[in-house]
Design a protein. Structure first.
Length: 449
């Protein structure tokens, strides 16, 4: 293959587009870290010498978007043969060599473990040894230490583990991210200290199932113990984590919301369905009653805790009574927010072969019903905040109205408000005056920190 002519180091520019979850956002940051100082980020693919698509395959819609964008890059490659195009993440892991066969203009395909070998892949492409496909998954893989995390923001994500051992029947994650592997606690703490030194005031710890942190590594702390260690870092004001699996939500972790002052009163606890029959088919490992008991205990310990969840409608074999059980659960728990999705077959997942697929029009109807019900619940919960003063960590100016400031409460409610100058990174008190669809509005009444 013809050797690629690369621009000089001083001229190299990278464009990265991230699809999917917070873990993908974190992975994108790590890739950018690994490319510094050779590459400078740019905001448009037309301006880049290296284009990276960091992909998600958890849902079909995200995968379709990846293929659409990758296809549109073909004309850029024709005009500039020296342009290097990399597809990374879960779609890359899932498709591997098939991606290059389908789209020969792609130079690099890296799975979630392979992204840490991005520099080596680039060197091979420049030496004429491409295309490079690296989709190995190793059980003994260790997440490398962060090189020099650079985050110009108030909040940051930090991945503490990768992979999943649960094998829910609808999910592709264990097949594209591999088995659970926890990072060494010292590396996690060092990365967070570095972020805090740059002005980060809130950190969210990430994992497919953070509750399982350290279980496979002898001598590691439990997840609750890790939270205690992180909370001791000077300058860190708020701490969050996601995602938790209900079956592994321990009494120790629930007590952490009471015992760790900087741990925010917000928990994302995906239930997926309110039907025991569907939960069993999904291989979720708990029953409806188990879930509701944990919710009850959480609210006994922390009455002000905000709960969010995931809902899948139209799982194979879902009958009307199963769907009604999900609606009943939503009414009983009254989540602050939910993330709801139509079921879609995913490669490798067992449910792909399940019979009794739910028709698309029924899934659409059920998704709309769930959405409308939750809209009523969320509005009701937000209206309770009107007239209250809430603590807000200011993230910056509002997107829709740059005259406003925006931030979140400890319960993760978005607050937009007027008043004050140079508030980014400040803890303030806001009087809530209006409840909106997915946020509240108010006015500044004081600065806390």
């Amino acid at each position: 293959m013809k050797r690629q002519e690369a621009p000089s180091v001083a001229q190299r520019r990278v464009f990265i587009r991230t699809f999917g979850c917070q873990m993908n956002e974190y992975d994108s940051r790590r890739m950018l870290e690994s490319l510094r100082p050779e590459y400078t980020p740019v905001s448009a693919p037309e301006d880049a010498d290296l284009i990276i698509l960091n992909t998600c395959s958890v849902r079909e819609k995200a995968e379709v978007k990846v293929y659409s964008l990758a296809g549109r890059l073909k004309h850029l490659k024709r005009r500039r043969p020296d342009l290097i195009i990399a597809v990374c993440g879960c779609v890359a892991q899932q498709e591997g060599q098939r991606l290059v066969e389908r789209m020969p203009h792609i130079d690099i395909v890296l799975g979630p473990q392979g992204i840490y070998r991005l520099r080596e892949a680039l060197a091979k492409v420049r030496a004429g040894e491409g295309p490079v496909v690296d989709t190995d998954i190793r059980d003994d893989f260790c997440l490398p230490s962060a090189l020099s995390p650079e985050v110009k923001a108030v909040k940051a994500f930090v991945t503490i583990m990768q992979g999943c051992n649960n094998y829910c029947s609808y999910c592709v994650v264990p097949y594209v991210r591999g088995p659970e592997i926890s990072r060494r606690p010292g590396e996690i703490l060092a990365e967070i200290r570095a972020l805090v030194s740059q002005g980060v005031r809130e950190v969210t710890l990430l994992g497919q199932n953070v509750n399982s942190y350290g279980k496979r590594q002898p001598g590691f702390p439990t997840f609750a113990q890790l939270l205690e260690r992180v909370a001791q870092i000077d300058g860190l004001w708020r701490l969050r984590f996601t995602t938790s699996h209900p079956k592994d939500l321990s009494p120790e972790l629930m007590r952490a919301f009471v015992e760790i002052p900087i741990l925010c009163e917000h928990l994302h606890l995906p239930v997926q369905s309110g039907s025991d029959r569907i939960l069993a088919a999904m291989n979720r490992g708990y029953r409806r009653e188990d879930y509701l008991k944990k919710v009850e205990r959480l609210r006994e310990l922390v009455p002000e805790i905000a709960l969010t969840t995931d809902i899948i409608v139209g799982f194979p074999g879902e009958r009307e009574e199963d769907f009604q059980a999900t609606l009943d659960l939503l009414k009983e728990v009254e989540f602050d927010e939910i993330f709801s999705f139509k079921y879609s077959d995913r490669p490798f997942a067992r449910a792909r072969s399940f019979p009794d697929k739910v028709p698309e029009e029924v899934k659409e109807e059920r998704l709309a019903t769930v959405h409308n019900l939750q809209l009523e619940i969320s509005r009701r919960r937000y209206r309770r905040l009107v007239g209250q003063e809430v603590e807000v960590l200011v993230e910056g100016r509002g997107k829709s109205d740059p005259r406003q400031w925006t931030g979140r409460t400890r319960q993760n409610t978005v607050v937009n408000f007027y008043g004050g100058q140079d508030l980014t990174g400040k803890l303030v008190k806001v009087l809530v005056e209006e409840a909106c669809q997915h946020s509240v509005r108010g006015r500044l009444v004081g600065t806390l920190h």
